[in-house]
Design a protein around this ligand. Structure first.
Ligand code: ADP
Ligand code: ASP
Ligand code: MG
Length: 413
């Protein structure tokens, strides 16, 4: 008998019929003798619907009130799933975040989990109950409802699995695993049998939303065996693992990630003196705006041009701040562009293979795509390009790195 945490995403609990199907699946695991904790998301579209309602009332509602509102979506699906299980003769109890006591910090809308009380869950599991927990939410020390950021139910599942020392955390979704790139964008995308935590973390950070970044971080830190699977099709899914293949077998590139949520800001003609980067980025950081890619060019007149990217949501605020900095520094001009996107190739095999960057740049040049900015790490190369070229870039890179389905394998299937 093993203890399994299973998370079902929004489309998997999108209507009553699907909730019934999820209940069938969970009931089968119980019948096989496993102890099961289920984490559910809100029905697909529900969180967006709630956010839209809030925005009808106020453009920027207080984060505390947003959390009270958006956490309701997950409470609905927990109760419905528990009912569907009980109807099948399976003992089940639903809990919201504060009832479990998933304690978080007080950073509303992006809270971090601090501690999980496993007493209620343990008691129910010992009693033969399926425990159904609302994803994406917690409670701070003062009893305020908090949420963990979009896609946060993945993190709830991994955190519960860590707290309960579960044998496996299974993330059930609308694709049958982690692919070489988003299968909705590239037809030839291939499911990976395995991917390392490190690679998965880069893929998630670079924009592959199949797993929330924090979920991968958590799983890596606490060694939670993690698998991504299709909710309604049987199959092995993708295992996220700490093991790297032997050097011979390591593919250079595991996958290609992309992110449309990027905007670029440029400040031109700043004096090229020590501390200038700090003067430009300091106020941006103080406003809690994350800066992603940074490039500085020095021109012949001893001034510098400084370009960096932020998330699109943050662009208006970042631009206001930068304009103030520009006035203070006597810079020539500030400009912005939100029609850009980031494409990244990710793979631990890069460490032992030279030439990945040049292959990437060549593939993009071959289809006439201009690179606006470049950034690299040990296992990733990212470029910023015009958004209109994004899909072309992803497809070209996917085929240049030989990631598409192996035709022989296709014939066999
Ligand atoms: P859920 O609601 O179950 O949490 P998400 O929509 O958050 O599901 O995540 C699943 C989606 O992630 C897929 O439908 C797919 O379009 C997208 N996706 C992006 N990159 C990848 C990738 N590399 N592999 C698999 N899916 C990906
Ligand atoms: N319902 C939340 C969202 O849409 C959390 C989740 O689904 O993981 O972001
Ligand atoms: Mg998700």
């Amino acid at each position: 008998m093993s203890l399994i945490v299973q998370k079902f995403g929004g489309t998997s609990v999108g209507d009553i019929e699907r909730i019934e199907q999820v209940a069938d699946k969970v009931a089968r695991f119980r019948a096989d003798g496993h102890q099961v904790v289920v984490v559910v998301s809100a029905m697909s579209g529900e969180t967006n619907r709630l956010i839209a309602l809030a925005n009808e009332v106020q453009e920027r509602p207080e984060p505390r009130e947003m959390d009270v509102l958006v956490s309701t979506g997950e409470q609905v699906t927990t109760a419905l799933l528990a009912m569907a299980l009980i109807k099948r003769g399976v003992k089940a109890r639903s809990y919201n975040g504060s009832q479990v006591r998933i304690l978080t910090d007080d950073a509303h809308t992006k809270a971090r989990i601090r501690d999980i009380d496993d007493a209620n869950m343990r008691r129910d599991l010992d009693d033969g109950c399926v425990v159904v927990v609302a994803g994406f939410q917690g409670v701070d020390e003062r009893g305020n409802i908090t949420t963990l950021g979009r896609g946060g139910s993945d993190t709830t599942a991994v955190a519960l699995a860590a707290a309960l020392k579960a044998d496996e955390c299974q993330i059930y979704t609308d694709v049958d695993g982690v692919y070489t790139t988003d299968p909705r964008v590239v037809d030839g995308a291939r499911r990976l049998e395995k991917i390392t935590f490190e690679e998965m973390l880069e893929m998630a950070s670079m924009g592959s939303k199949v797993l929330q970044i924090r979920a991968v971080e958590f799983a890596g830190k606490y060694n939670v065996p993690l698998r991504v699977l299709h909710s309604f099709q049987d199959g092995p899914g993708t295992l996220i693992t700490t093991e790297e293949e032997s050097d011979m077998e390591t593919p250079t590139i595991a996958g290609i990630a992309f992110n449309r949520d990027e905007a670029k800001l440029t400040i031109q003609g700043v004096p090229d003196t020590p501390g200038v980067a700090y003067k430009i980025l300091g106020p941006i950081g103080e406003a809690n705006i994350e800066v992603d890619v940074i490039v500085q060019n020095v021109s012949h007149d001893n001034t510098a041009d400084f370009t960096f990217t932020v998330s699109r949501n943050d662009l208006p605020q970042a631009e206001d701040i930068l304009r103030k900095t520009a006035t203070a520094l006597g810079a020539r001009e500030v400009s912005s562009d939100n029609k850009i996107a980031k494409v990244s190739v990710v793979g631990v095999g890069m460490r032992s293979h030279a030439g990945v960057a040049s292959q990437m740049f060549e593939a993009l040049a071959d289809v006439g795509i201009n690179i606006l900015m470049i950034t690299t790490s040990e296992i990733k190369i990212s470029v910023i390009i015009e958004e209109k070229f994004l899909e072309l870039a992803v497809r070209s890179l996917h085929s240049s790195f030989g990631l598409e389905n192996d035709p022989e394998e296709l014939a066999r299937n």
